[in-house]
Design a protein around this ligand. Sequence first.
Ligand SMILES: [Zn+2]
Length: 81
Amino acid sequence: MKKPSLKHVLTISWILFVLGILLILFGYWFRAFWLIIAALFVMLAAIIFLAVFNRCPHCGRFLGHAGGASFCPHCGRPLKG
Ligand SMILES: [Zn+2]
């Protein structure tokens, strides 16, 4: 499997987070408790996805908020490409 680029990882995790928030709102509006549970799973998946893929391709360390940066804060090598 081809490793997704950092840009794609951040985009996909943002989409999952927004989806989770929307599901919580819908669950609240429609009094559907299962939607809120589903939302928590979606957001958990986003966190796991970030933890697995939001890493420096050179040193393999977790990037956190530096995922959108140009250089790795740990080894200083470029993150693009
Ligand atoms: Zn690094």
